[in-house]
Design a protein around this ligand. Structure first.
Ligand SMILES: [Zn+2]
Length: 243
């Protein structure tokens, strides 16, 4: 079933079924209000231990929390669904990028509540440039998922809403999509984990390299620059959020 309901809880249920077929594994989607979380700084988040927020302490399962606040701020039902879809798309990019769940950490409710009410750039796991956590691996995963949603009939996820390039100091998502070429179309069905370990298309790699050079103020003539640069996250958390 393609998500079509304008009622958010029902759309969430439809989207869970849609995503399970598309991704090949289960992803639980929770609304922050249902979890009694006050999300004031993020549109949504995911991570290896987020399932611990769910009622009845379920087995580890990939879990995405969508914040209720940006949905309530939408001017009408359609805009609310657009926001929901965009947040979901963004977080699915993180799920695909990292292959959650990883269960080597325990996080209590207070930990998540703090994350939800702290600007992302002040999170313990957010170190480095503005795009930290949203590097080329995430962008590539996001574009693949967006393509798969569209190719399976899901028409509303908006890339621009899902990728705030201004906040990250990176090129527009449409520019990255063009640079990725036909890779998503040519790899529409294989598990994403298999595709994302392959070398990136040259044009995509070049665009990313140029963005990193610009954002970090590196000399463009640097010949020993490792164009696969990415940020190694440190600390106890690996949660990722929609900014
Ligand atoms: Zn994110």
């Amino acid at each position: 079933m393609i998500p079509h309901s304008l009622d958010i809880p029902e759309r969430r249920n439809q989207t869970e079924r849609f995503v399970r077929r598309m991704m090949g594994f289960k992803v639980v989607i929770a609304l922050s209000d249902e979890l009694d979380l006050k999300c004031s700084t993020v549109g949504g988040f995911t991570g290896p231990a987020v399932h611990q927020l769910l009622p009845d302490n379920p087995e580890p399962v990939r879990t995405i929390v969508v914040a209720s606040k940006p949905l309530q701020a939408a001017v009408d039902k359609v805009q609310r669904c657009l926001a929901f879809d965009a947040i979901l798309l963004h977080e699915l990019g993180h799920v695909a990028e990292h292959g959650f769940p990883v269960v080597d950490q325990q996080s209590d409710r207070e930990h998540f509540q703090n994350l939800c009410s702290t600007p992302i750039t002040e999170w313990p796991s957010h170190t480095g440039p503005k795009w930290a956590g949203h590097d080329c691996r995430f962008i590539r995963a996001l574009l693949h998922i967006h393509h798969r949603m569209l190719s399976r009939g899901h028409r509303t996820p908006c890339l621009r809403l899902a990728f705030n390039h201004v906040a990250y100091g990176l090129s527009r998502i449409e520019t990255y999509r063009d640079a990725l070429g036909t890779e998503p179309e040519d790899n529409d069905w294989p598990p994403l984990a298999e595709i994302l370990v392959d070398p990136m298309p040259a044009g995509f790699q070049t665009l990313w390299t140029n963005d990193v050079v610009r954002s970090l103020g590196l000399p463009t003539a640097a010949t020993d620059f490792d164009s696969t640069i990415s940020v190694t996250k440190t600390g106890r958390t690996y949660e990722h959020a929609t900014q």
